[in-house]
Design a protein around this ligand. Structure first.
Ligand code: NAD
Ligand code: UD1
Length: 339
């Protein structure tokens, strides 16, 4: 298939490109590089053995250039990763998040339908479940109250897409709700490259192990969990990438909107992650117990069985691969892509 990949220079997008090429798809990446660099695409080209990944530096809010892109190219489907994703930042800059994530996606959807391209895979998040009342979380669990504007953009966009698919039966949309993506491609050439101080656990652990940061702050050890620290469903980014290729097949057979959790179905606590990282990689990760982080839930993990039964997809890599590949990437690229 010919696939438009928005946000393809970013963390999940770049890893998905590798799997798309492996499966024989053609891609064109659009990205405004607000949180990424061309270097990730050069690395993808190296991994898959091509000269370069076709790329246009376009902001998805730029209707004119997006329109031009669709005039010049035929796309069978779009995988839509582009968006802002920092939870804390979204609280202090809500307008920017609604403008970029919602405004950008509305423009993209409009240009897509104008050109008759009505197949879409959208990067959603487990954050849309809010404080879920069931564990593990199934897709039938209703969307809940989000604790931040970033979460609301995902929740609202899911609603927009459901309504559009109801009104126009030609749309085929897959909403993928990611749990906690971690890890990197096994080559160590591409990985997660957060700006400044990482918000998420795995990049923070990696930077502590490297000595860039003194210690990990563990946000609370008084939750009702195995050791009091928060439990999450970490999923290797290459498994997540493979989930997109599997979802492309579903676009051919399913009508309307389909929702799938992409997780492993297994939760690990913060301290279990630290321990796994230390043991697998033979490094120390000093930590200090701190207070709870506002907005955090105690436990969150998926029931991924729907993706297994309908997409034939399941996560293959375990915790050891996740921590090993994160560490390899961090060691080989102490300053990320140096963007
Ligand atoms: P990322 O920041 O690495 O990648 C997003 C990419 O989109 C970046 O390359 C950025 O430059 C680009 N972008 C942002 N706004 C744009 C715009 N207006 N026009 C064009 N390009 C734009 O993030 P990621 O971790 O790869 O996440 C990809 C998607 O998955 C996002 O939509 C994110 O919200 C979602 N998601 C991520 C996680 C996670 O933990 N990483 C979890 C759940 C959902
Ligand atoms: C966060 C976002 C969520 C987003 C997800 C993936 C919040 C409230 N939620 O989820 O919307 O979809 O990232 O990008 O930010 N932890 C520490 N110390 C740290 C960092 C994290 O103890 O320095 C703990 C957290 O309290 C949590 C676990 O590690 O228990 C995972 O945290 P994180 O990686 O930030 O992911 P989530 O909070 O699950």
């Amino acid at each position: 298939m010919n696939i438009l990949v928005t946000g393809g220079a970013g963390y999940i997008g770049s890893h998905t490109l590798v799997e798309l090429y492996k499966a024989g798809h053609n891609v064109l990446v659009v990205d405004n590089l607000c949180n990424s660099s061309r270097e990730s695409l050069r690395r993808v080209a190296k991994i898959v053995g091509i000269d370069e990944v076709p790329f246009r530096e376009v902001d998805i809010r730029d209707r004119e250039n997006l329109d031009l892109l669709f005039e010049e190219n035929h796309f069978d489907a779009c995988i839509h990763f582009a968006g802002l994703k920092a939870v804390g930042e979204s609280v202090s800059m809500p307008w920017e998040y609604y403008d970029n994530n919602i405004g950008g996606t509305l423009t993209l959807l409009d240009v897509m339908r104008k050109h008759g391209c009505k197949k879409l895979i959208f990067s959603s998040s487990a954050t849309v479940y809010g404080a879920a009342t069931e564990m593990p979380i199934k897709e039938t669990c209703p969307r809940g109250l989000c604790t931040n504007p970033y979460g609301w953009t995902k929740s609202m966009l899911e609603q927009v897409m459901e309504d559009m698919a109801k009104a126009d039966r030609e749309w085929r949309i897959v909403l993928l709700r990611y749990f906690n993506p971690v890890g990197a491609h096994e080559s160590g050439l591409i990985g997660e490259d957060p700006n400044g101080v990482p918000n998420n656990l795995m990049p923070y652990i990696s930077q502590v192990a490297l000595g860039k940061r003194e210690y990990l702050g563990v946000f609370g050890n008084d939750y009702e969990t195995v050791d009091g620290t928060g439990v999450r469903d970490y999923i290797h980014v290459m498994d997540l990438a493979a989930g997109h290729v599997a979802a492309l097949k579903a676009l051919d057979i399913k009508d309307g909107v389909k929702i799938y959790n992409l997780g492993t179905g297994r939760g690990y606590s913060v301290l279990e992650m630290v321990q796994a990282f230390e043991q697998e990689n033979g490094v120390k990760v000093p930590y200090v117990i701190q207070g709870r982080r506002a907005g955090d839930v105690a436990i969150c993990y998926s029931d991924p069985s729907l993706a297994q039964s309908e997409l034939g997809w399941s996560a293959k890599r375990g915790i050891n691969e996740m921590v090993r590949d994160s560490w390899r990437w961090q060691q080989m690229n102490p300053d990320g892509y140096s963007k």
